[in-house]
Design a protein around this ligand. Sequence first.
Ligand code: TYD
Length: 139
Amino acid sequence: MTISNTVYDCNILPLSKIHNRAGNITIVEGNSGVPFPIKRIYYLYDIPGGETRGGHAHKELFQLIVAASGSFDVLLDDGKNKKIVTLNRPDYALMVVPGIWRELFEFSSGAICMVLASQKYDESDYLRDYNNFLKFRNV
Ligand code: TYD
């Protein structure tokens, strides 16, 4: 199987935001406003300074990545093109489509990286070796 998705298919999606003087709330509900049904949520936190997370691609999984607190950078790589996106607002999500290598780095102190995923955890969906990823992409 060859995937034709590119880093340019990974876009920033505005989420809801209800503001009042006592703070804000962002709601992600059912299938509304998000491009796929959400089957799993997980979050990364207590990330030591200077660490990198990710370093893999998925064959079929769609994800929305949100800086629920703090900030970090996401490197996206489709085997030909690369782009870096900085996430630093809890009411914006980065959609990562299948077949894209990603690395997360430059985590600020106290950053929380929340991920909304289209499927439950399945190790066989991961491409953890960069050369295997390039083969998968036919590069
Ligand atoms: P991994 O996806 O490699 O982490 P990251 O991309 O954030 O660096 O996952 C780290 C470990 O957690 C690995 O042993 C798999 C496990 N894991 C689960 O068991 N379920 C999950 O939903 C996720 C995302 C990871």
